[in-house]
Design a protein around this ligand. Sequence first.
Ligand code: GDP
Length: 211
Amino acid sequence: MIEPDLTEEARRLFAGRVEFLKSAPALKFLPEPDLPEIAFCGRSNVGKSSLLNALAGRKSIARASVTPGRTQELNFFEVGDPVVVRLVDMPGYGFAKAPLKIVEQWRRLIRDYLRGRQVLKRTLLLVDSRHGIKSVDAEMMKMLDESAVGYRIVLTKADKVKASELEDVIQRTEAEARKHPAAYPQLHVTSADTKLGMEELRAAVLADAQL
Ligand code: GDP
């Protein structure tokens, strides 16, 4: 349970300063590890940019959709003044046609970041409500399981499926989450369009940042 006080604090926090800090194409470009980080990952097109924008209550802090050639970077955003947490937009995965070399680069960057980043408090794994957990997500969960950082599963685009289908994907995804000790047992069901689940997710991010 998230406390009402925290919900209000989170609302105020995200209504304030949220700004792009930098892109890191390799570990040596990461910001100083002096503030808590919460990372967001998921398949390309899962709705990650839209979710980040909805969390921040604005239209374009995160670029919606992929900019060619800039897909293999960790993008950092700062929240709060003074900064309370950094949000880390991880490169989307699951391009059907990505060359092996790019996939390998992606894997190395993500794995090294997840393993070595002491200020990383939690990762949010975004899963499209229409699709549920796919094999590429399962691969990501494996990397997360090995990283010793807990993760939350966030269903995106909940407005795109019927209530009965949503119930079904929630059941299936929760059953899958229970098999992963590093996965938080409760899902977040969200829509960037209707803002479903945003208040709770902001509070969860703040709670995780305070871990
Ligand atoms: P990213 O590649 O993961 O950053 O995904 P984007 O945020 O660019 O979203 C991919 C597509 O899904 C875009 O066409 C968005 O408009 C759409 N989309 C994202 N979130 C939602 C949502 O909550 N509801 C609906 N209906 N569409 C969404």
